[in-house]
Design a protein around this ligand. Sequence first.
Ligand code: SF4
Ligand code: SF4
Length: 167
Amino acid sequence: MPTNLQRRNCELADLARHYIRLEKLAQAAGKQACTSACSQCRKVCCREIFCHESRDSAWLVLVRQQSESAALRYDTRKGWLAKNGCRLSAGRPPVCYEFFCSALLANPTNAAIPRARTLAKILSGVGARIHGGQHLVTLDAENLRLERVRLRLAAQLSAALAKAQNV
Ligand code: SF4
Ligand code: SF4
């Protein structure tokens, strides 16, 4: 018979897997919009200090643990950045999907950018003001397990996934 804590952890892990589905949609759209420019960029904007939120956030850690990146090792100098870009398949800080540099935005022929921005917005909207005005990614593990947080998160995720399918 699972304990209450085990049951809550299982429910959260299940929500994290739903979040990964949404994150993958934002990631694929971002890749389509940015890969060509980012692969030639001489001043890549990723910094270890930005990667760090993925380790500070109880939610993003849980998401990573449910993903193919669970066993990846963090580099204290480069974070998750490697030669070919970010190594994290899931659990990246939402800002990584929201940021589009001015060079990308200045290209009016890149029709994939509006879609990538919309999906990034849907992703980062999940968990906004979820508890005491805090965003999901800033909650500690204890608050993350609160029943009302999980119920709100489940509802927000389901609405966001439905919305994302139509972008
Ligand atoms: S988003 Fe802009 S600054 Fe960042 S890696 Fe891509 S092209 Fe370079
Ligand atoms: S995209 Fe990846 S490597 Fe770049 S800042 Fe975000 S987590 Fe770090």
